[in-house]
Design a protein around this ligand. Sequence first.
Ligand SMILES: Cc1cc2nc3c(=O)[nH]c(=O)nc-3n(C[C@H](O)[C@H](O)[C@H](O)COP(=O)(O)OP(=O)(O)OC[C@H]3O[C@@H](n4cnc5c(N)ncnc54)[C@H](O)[C@@H]3O)c2cc1C
Length: 344
Amino acid sequence: MILPRFDVLVPNSVDEAFAMLSRYAEKGIRILAGGTDLLVDLRRPIIPAAIPSCEGCARHKSGSIRSTVDCGWWESDSSRESDRALLTKVQDSIHKYPEYIISLHKLKELRGIAVNEKVNLRVGAMTTITDIERSGIIREKWTALAEGADSLGSPLVRNRGTIGGNIANARPAADTFIPSVALGGVLDIHSEKGSRKVPVDSFASAPGETVMEKGEMITGIEYPAPPEFSGSAYYKLANRKALEICNVGVAVWIALEKPGGPVTDIRVALGAVGPTPILAESVKEVLVGKKPEDANIKKAAKAAREDATPIDDHRGSAWYRSMMVELVTDRMIRLAVERVGGKV
Ligand SMILES: Cc1cc2nc3c(=O)[nH]c(=O)nc-3n(C[C@H](O)[C@H](O)[C@H](O)COP(=O)(O)OP(=O)(O)OC[C@H]3O[C@@H](n4cnc5c(N)ncnc54)[C@H](O)[C@@H]3O)c2cc1C
C-alpha cells in the first residue's frame, strides 16, 4: 500500500495527545486508532496506476514504481505535459493529506469496558470490536451492541478496529454506530480546552462528517443502564454474512412496563438508509403506551420505513431498502420483546 508522507506522533498520555492535537490542528493531523478505515482513506487517491515510473532520479532506478511522494519526482519541474497534469493531480491529493498522524495505541486508559455503580456502561474509544464482541456484560444487557460487533468485518478487522474509530468515521452503515444510537449512547469528547458530551444520534452531520472540532478526540462512549423489562437487538442485512457493508441495518431498544407490555419507551436506529444513521422518531409515537401486539408492531415498522431516506446504489435499490427497513424493523421489535420475556 502506498501512503503519502506524514510524521507519526505517539503520545504517552491523553493530556499529551490533547496538546499535540491542538498544536498541529492547523497543519493537519488525523487520529490513528486501529487504522482499518484511516489507512484505506489515506491511500485512496495515490494508486499505483496513477503514479508514473520513476524515470531515474538520485534515489531510484528508472522504471521502479515508487510513490511520487517518496521519490521527490512530484517536486521536480517536469517538462512533459502528461507529467505536469499528473503532477497537479498528485499535488492536489497531497494537499488533502495531514502532515501528522497521532497514534493512540499507547493510551491504555482509552481501552476498556466498565460498568459503574449506576450500572451505566462505559466503553473506552480504543476498545476493539473483538473486546466488545467477547464481553459477557455487553451481550447480556446491551445486546444490540454485541450483535453490531459480531457482524463487523472479519476477525482480523475486529481485532484492530475500535469502537471510537467506527463511530468517528461516521459512515451510515457503521455496525457499532447504529446500535449505539438505539441504546442512547453518549460520546465523551475531549480537547485541550475541556470536554463535552454529545449523544451519538446527533454526532454525524453527513457521511464522514461529524460535529467534532479541530483538536477534539473521542475518549469513550457511555450507555445508560437498561431498566427492568428492557431489551435490544441488531440485524445487519447484507449481501454476504461477513466482510460486507450492510444494505440495511436496524437496531431496536425497547422498554416495557412488564413482560407483555405496554411499551414505555422505544428507540429504533436505521443504518444505510440515509446519509447518517437515523433515529426513527415516528416509531415512538406509534408504539409508546401500546401493547407490543402484532398490529401495533406492523404499524411501527411502517413508521420506520417512512423515516428512512434510502438511495439506489450498487448494493441495492432504494425501493428494496425501503421494503427491508419495514421487514427488519418488524422482526427486531419482535425479537427485542421476546428478549424481555414477552410473546407477540
Ligand atoms: C476489510 C474491512 C472490512 C470492514 N468491514 C466493516 C463492517 O462490516 N462494518 C463496519 O461498520 N465497518 C467495517 N470496516 C471499517 C472499519 O474496520 C471500522 O469502521 C473500524 O471500527 C474503524 O476503527 P479503527 O480503530 O480501525 O479506526 P481508524 O481507521 O483508526 O480511524 C477511523 C477514523 O476515525 C478517526 N478516529 C479514530 N479514533 C478516534 C477517536 N478516539 N477520536 C476521534 N477520531 C477518531 C480517525 O482519525 C479516522 O478518521 C471494515 C474495514 C475493512 C478494512
